[in-house]
Design a protein around this ligand. Structure first.
Ligand code: ADP
Ligand code: MG
Ligand code: ZN
Length: 718
C-alpha cells in the first residue's frame, strides 16, 4: 500500500485516497474478486488504474463505450501510464501497434469492448501475456434490472472459466441489491469483497422550482455559471431543438442532442461539448452515458423525469470533480399527466411505474431536505439535520403561518370522504365546489365542505401534494385514492408540528452560488486565463481539456499562483508527467498574468502585468502590425499573442482578418466553415487536413462570428 501512495502522487499528483478507494485497491492487490459500488464521481477508475500500475502484467478493462475508453486512455497517457484501447474504431495499423505493445509487455492497461472477448482467439492471444486482473467498468450493464442493460455484457461470463486464477473486479454506481446480486452471479465472482460507499453527493446543490417562463428560468441558472459546462435535459426532441435555438439566439453556445439526429451529428455535438468548444448541451435523456467529463457545473431538467433513479443518474453527471455544482429541476404537474399517459398498459409493471412516478412527484412537492430524500430512497441513513445544499434546507420557501391547522383541515376532509377519492376531488370539496358530482354524493353536507373556500384551488391542491410528499397522506390504486397514514393521524391529534409552504410561488428567494474559481475576482481572472491556456493545449493534443488539468487544479493554480516547478509540485492533481509536459506553459501563464499592483496597498506579487501586455498588444493590433512583430515588441510567444489577437478581434467586433492572415488562407477557412459550421475549430482544422494551424483558424473564425453574431455559434454541420 505504501508503494500505492507513491504511485498516486507520481502519476496522478493526489496526496490521499477518497473513501473506500484504499480498500478497493487492497482487494485488487490481494487477488480476491471485488464488487465496488460508489456513486458517480466517487473515483472508481482509480480503484483499478492504480493497482494496474503497481502489479506486474497487463490489466484488461472492459468498458461499454468507445468514447469512455478513449477519454480514459487519453487521461492515463497524459499521466504517464502506458494504456491503450482495442476497439472497432482502430485502423488495422493502429491495432497492430497495440498488439505489439501487448507482446512487448509494455502496456499496463488495455481497454476493450465486451464484444471483443468472443472474437475467436482474442482471449487466447492476450492470455499469452501475463494478465494482472480484469476490471469490469459500468458493471450494471450486465443486469437486465439496471437502466443500461447491454446483452454483450453477458458474454463476460466466459472470463472466470477461461482464467480461473485471475481476479475479476466489477465497478458500478447502481445501488440496488438486485443489480448487485446479478453482477456477482453473472460474472461468477468467487467470495467477492463487496464495498458499498455512501451515495450522498455533498457538492451538489439541489433545487426544485415550478416551471413558469422556462427560458428565463434556464437562463438564470446559466448566468450563475458563466462560461462553464452544463447539461439541459428536455423531455421531447422538439423541446430540445426549440430551447437550443432560443439559447443560441441569445448568444449562448449550445448544441442539441437527441435520438432523432443522425449518428455523426450526435457524435460531433457530444465531442464539441466534451472538448469545451460549446458550453451547453440541450438533450433528451439519450445523452449522458459515455460522458466522463468531470467539470459539468449544472444539470437542468426542464420536466419531471420518470423516476428518482433516473433523476439521480442524470443529475449526478454534475460535479464529478467534487467541486460545487447545481442540479435544478423545473416541473409542472402537467408533466405527471403526460407520463401517466405514456406508461405501459395495465399490469404489474404499470403499478410499479406509477409508484415510481409518485415518488418523483413527492420529491418535487416536498419541503424536506433533498439530500436526505435521495439517499434514503436508496436505503441509506442521512445523519445531518440541515444539508445547507438544497433549496429546502436553505429555506428559500417561506413557511405558511398556520401550517398545522391547514393540514388538519385537509386530513380530516380525506377521512370524511371515506378515503375513497383522489386529490382533485378532495380539493373540490375543501374549496366548496357545487359541481354536480359533489352535490349528487351529498358531499356539500360534510362539515369539511368549503372549509378552505377562501383559499385558491391550486394552493389547496399544492398542499395536498406537500402532505403526500411528507408521507402524511398516501395514494393508492389506479385512481391515486388518498389515505391518511399513521403519521397523518398524529397530525390530526396535534402531536406533531409540520411545515407547509406556498406552492404557488414560482420563484422563491435564491441563494448565491459560489464560483469555482473562489470569491476573489483576481483569482477568477487568472482562472479564466488558465482555462484558455488549457483549451489551447487540449486543442493541440486533440484531447478534452480535463485530460490536461482538472478544474480543481486550475482553481488551486489561480489562488496559490506557484511560479516554480518546486511549488507546482505542491498542487494536488499534477503528476510528474504533467509537470514535464505542461508545467512550463502554465508557470509562464501565471507569471504573465499576475497583477502589477493591488488596490489594498500590498506590494505587487509579480512585475509583469498581463493587462499591460494585452493593452500594448491591442494598441499595436489597432495599427495593423503583423503578429510576429507584435510578439517581438511585447516580448511574448507568438502563440500567446495570437490568443490576445483573437480576443481583440472578438472584443472590437472586427470582421476582416486581412492584416494578419493572407487572402488565400482566409478563403479556405471561410469555405470550409460553410460546410462544417463555426461552432468549433476542430472540424475546420480536420476539414483542411491539418494544413492550417489552429491559431490561424481561430483568428478567421473570430472574424466570421462577428459578421453574423446571432447564428454564429451553431454550425449546421456540427
Ligand atoms: P467514477 O468512475 O466513480 O464516476 P471517476 O473515476 O471518473 O469517478 O473520478 C471522478 C473524479 O474524481 C475524476 O476527476 C478523478 O480525477 C477524481 N479523483 C478520483 N480519485 C481521487 C483522489 N483520490 N483524489 C482527488 N481526486 C480524485
Ligand atoms: Mg467511471
Ligand atoms: Zn437539504
Amino acid at each position: 500500500m505504501e508503494n500505492l501512495h507513491h504511485i498516486l502522487k507520481k502519476y496522478w499528483g493526489f496526496d490521499s485516497f477518497r473513501p473506500l478507494q484504499e480498500q478497493a485497491i487492497a482487494s485488487v492487490l490481494s487477488g480476491r474478486d471485488t464488487l465496488v459500488v460508489l456513486p458517480t464521481g466517487g473515483g472508481k477508475s482509480l480503484c483499478f488504474q492504480a493497482p494496474a500500475v503497481a502489479m506486474p502484467g497487463l490489466a484488461v478493462v472492459i468498458s461499454p463505450l468507445i468514447s469512455l475508453m478513449k477519454d480514459q486512455v487519453d487521461h492515463l497517457t497524459a499521466c504517464g501510464v502506458p494504456a491503450a484501447c482495442m476497439n472497432s474504431s482502430l485502423s488495422s495499423q493502429e491495432r497492430r501497434a497495440v498488439e505489439d505493445r501487448i507482446r512487448e509487455g509494455s502496456l499496463k492497461l488495455l481497454y476493450v469492448a465486451p464484444e471483443r472477448l468472443v472474437i475467436p482467439d482474442f482471449l487466447e492471444r492476450i492470455g499469452r501475456s501475463a494478465i494482472s486482473f480484469f476490471a469490469i467498468d459500468e458493471a450494471h450493464c450486465i443486469s437486465s434490472w439496471g437502466h443500461d442493460f447491454r446483452p454483450e455484457y453477458r458474454r463476460l461470463q466466459i472470463l472466470k472459466g477461461t482464467f480461473p486464477d485471475v481476479g475479476i473486479h466489477a465497478y458500478t454506481a447502481t445501488a440496488t441489491a438486485q443489480v448487485r446480486d446479478d453482477i456477482i452471479r453473472e460474472l461468477h465472482l468467487q467470495a467477492p469483497e463487496v464495498l458499498v460507499g455512501s451515495f450522498d453527493r455533498p457538492n451538489l446543490q439541489y433545487r426544485v422550482e415550478r416551471r413558469g417562463d422556462l427560458l428565463s428560468q434556464v437562463v438564470e441558472v446559466i448566468a450563475r455559471h458563466p462560461a462553464e459546462s452544463g447539461i439541459i435535459y428536455c423531455i421531447s426532441r422538439k423541446n430540445v431543438d426549440e430551447l437550443c435555438e432560443e439559447l443560441t439566439v441569445r448568444g449562448h453556445r449550445a448544441l442539441p442532442y437527441h435520438a432523432g439526429m443522425d449518428d455523426r451529428s450526435r457524435k460531433c455535438n457530444q465531442e464539441a461539448f466534451v472538448h469545451e468548444q460549446v458550453e451547453i448541451i440541450v438533450a433528451t435523456v439519450a445523452f449522458g452515458m459515455g460522458i466522463d467529463k468531470p467539470n459539468i457545473r449544472y444539470v437542468i431538467h426542464t420536466g419531471i423525469p420518470k423516476s428518482l433513479e433516473h433523476y439521480v443518474q442524470e443529475s449526478g453527471r454534475a460535479g464529478r470533480d467534487g467541486l460545487p455544482a447545481e442540479c435544478c429541476l423545473l416541473f409542472s404537474d402537467g408533466d405527471l399527466v403526460v407520463w401517466r399517459r405514456l406508461l405501459s398498459e395495465d399490469g404489474p409493471s404499470r403499478q410499479i411505474a406509477l409508484r415510481k412516478l409518485d415518488d418523483m412527484a413527492d420529491y418535487c412537492h416536498s419541503g424536506l431536505c433533498r439530500h436526505k430524500t435521495l439517499v434514503s430512497y436508496f436505503g441509506e441513513e442521512y445523519a445531518k439535520e440541515n444539508c445547507t445544499g438544497c433549496d429546502n434546507c436553505q429555506g428559500v420557501r417561506e413557511g405558511v403561518a398556520d401550517s398545522l391547522i391547514i393540514a388538519q383541515k385537509i386530513l380530516s376532509c380525506v377521512i370524511r370522504l371515506g378515503e375513497r377519492v383522489g386529490a382533485e376531488y378532495t380539493t373540490a370539496v375543501l374549496t366548496g365546489s357545487r359541481e354536480p358530482r359533489v352535490i349528487e354524493r351529498h358531499h356539500d353536507k360534510l362539515s369539511t365542505w368549503g372549509i378552505l373556500s377562501t383559499v385558491d384551488k391550486s394552493k389547496v391542491r399544492g398542499w395536498i401534494d406537500q402532505l403526500a410528499a411528507q408521507k402524511y397522506l398516501e395514494r393508492d390504486g389506479e385512481f391515486r385514492v388518498l389515505r391518511v397514514t399513521d403519521s397523518g393521524r398524529r397530525v390530526l391529534k396535534g402531536e406533531t408540528s409540520l411545515h407547509l409552504t406556498d406552492p404557488t410561488v414560482k420563484s422563491p428567494r435564491r441563494t448565491k452560488f459560489a464560483p469555482v474559481a473562489g470569491g476573489d475576482s483576481r483569482d477568477t481572472a487568472l482562472f479564466e486565463h488558465l482555462r484558455t491556456v488549457r483549451r489551447r493545449i487540449a486543442e493541440k493534443l486533440n484531447v478534452p481539456p480535463f485530460v490536461v488539468f482538472a478544474d480543481t487544479v486550475l482553481r488551486d493554480l489561480s489562488s496559490q499562483r506557484p511560479t516554480t516547478t518546486a511549488t507546482l509540485r505542491l498542487i494536488r492533481g499534477i503528476g510528474e508527467r504533467k509537470i514535464d509536459q505542461f508545467g512550463e506553459e502554465f508557470l509562464r501563464a501565471i507569471r504573465e498574468h499576475a497583477p502589477v499592483e493591488t488596490n489594498d496597498g500590498l506590494p505587487a506579487v509579480q512585475v509583469r502585468s498581463l493587462t499591460g501586455a494585452r493593452r500594448k498588444a491591442a494598441d499595436l493590433f489597432k495599427q495593423g502590425r503583423p503578429l510576429e512583430e507584435v510578439a517581438r515588441l511585447i516580448e511574448r510567444a507568438p502563440s500567446t499573442v495570437s490568443q490576445y489577437l483573437a480576443e481583440f478581434i472578438q472584443r472590437e467586433g472586427i470582421t476582416d482578418p486581412t492584416p494578419w492572415v493572407d487572402q488565400l488562407t482566409q478563403n479556405r477557412i471561410r469555405s470550409s466553415s460553410v460546410h462544417v459550421g463555426l461552432a468549433a475549430l476542430k472540424p475546420i482544422f480536420e476539414d483542411l487536413k491539418g494544413e492550417i494551424p489552429y491559431d490561424t483558424i481561430r483568428l478567421v473564425v473570430a472574424c466570421l462570428r462577428n459578421e453574423n453574431p446571432t447564428v454564429n455559434r451553431v454550425g449546421e454541420g456540427i
